[in-house]
Design a protein around this ligand. Structure first.
Ligand code: MLT
Length: 253
């Protein structure tokens, strides 16, 4: 790595300006659930996902495609009136999504992506694809994990992912004889949060239990979507690295 190599974590999009990201490879995360759902849909054969900043924008894109797409998303975690799908990673199965375009509008995740439009490149991460993304950014000099938060407030499950990701990148770089680079204060805080949690997971407490008591998880438990938490807690279950192409504003593998 060059001396200016940096591993950074942003706890909420609103804490950085979009212009500050122009040299960064940004990994956008919304563990519960937008980015987990996007990875699941693409892993199950969706041709692309078009992330949208609002319900209205999603409806407009859907109309412009004459309905030849899935219209997915949520408000307060629930499917939106008139949409074909919600925001559950388990509902985007191959029989539903194969070869389809998914238009997706969520409260935080797809909004966080908008904030990163000026980044050098944008990857989509979640617990399910940590290893694949960590390998993909091995030689990138500036890496930022952008946590989406829940209702514009910091949420633990995204910070846990960020810590796990920074920890994994450091390990991979060390094994490859590469200097991990500067780890910022926020990245260090995330790594410490992750390491403390990981120790309890290794002692038998399921990662899903940590999600259930985090801001995003509490909402999902309340509305009966615990199965989404279980899905999102499966570390490294999917080997894919979705990339958000800034020109076409579409996410593909
Ligand atoms: C979001 O983008 O706010 C989340 O994905 C919300 C949800 O879990 O549906």
């Amino acid at each position: 790595m060059t001396p200016e190599s940096v591993l950074n974590v942003v706890f909420l999009p609103s804490t950085v300006s979009p212009e500050s990201l122009t040299e960064d490879t940004v990994i956008v995360v919304d563990v519960l659930r937008a980015t987990t759902t996007i990875i699941s849909a693409l892993a199950n054969g969706a041709s692309k996902v078009l992330p949208q900043p609002s319900i209205e924008a999603a409806r407009e894109v859907y109309a412009s495609m004459n309905g030849d797409a899935l219209l997915g998303g949520e408000r307060q975690g629930q499917i939106v009136d008139g949409f074909t799908n919600g925001n559950s990673p388990v509902e985007y199965t191959s029989d539903v999504v194969a070869d389809k375009t998914v238009i997706l509008a969520t409260t935080n995740g797809t909004v966080a992506m908008e904030h990163c439009r000026q980044a050098k490149q944008i990857l989509i991460g979640a617990m399910v694809n940590i290893q694949a993304v960590a390998e993909a950014v091995l030689h990138e000099s500036k890496v930022t994990v952008m946590c989406s938060g829940t209702d514009r407030i910091i949420t633990s499950e995204d910070i846990l992912f960020a810590g796990a990701m920074i920890d994994r990148i450091c390990s991979l770089r060390k094994s490859a004889g590469i200097d991990p680079g500067k780890v910022t204060d926020t990245a260090m805080i995330a790594v410490n949060h992750w390491k403390q949690t990981k120790a309890e997971v290794e002692n038998g407490k399921p990662l899903a239990d940590f999600f259930r008591t985090a801001r995003g998880g509490i909402n999902l438990v309340r509305i009966g979507l615990d199965h989404d938490i279980v899905f999102a807690a499966q570390i490294d279950s999917l080997p894919h690295v979705p990339k958000l192409c800034q020109e076409s504003w579409s996410i593909k593998l």
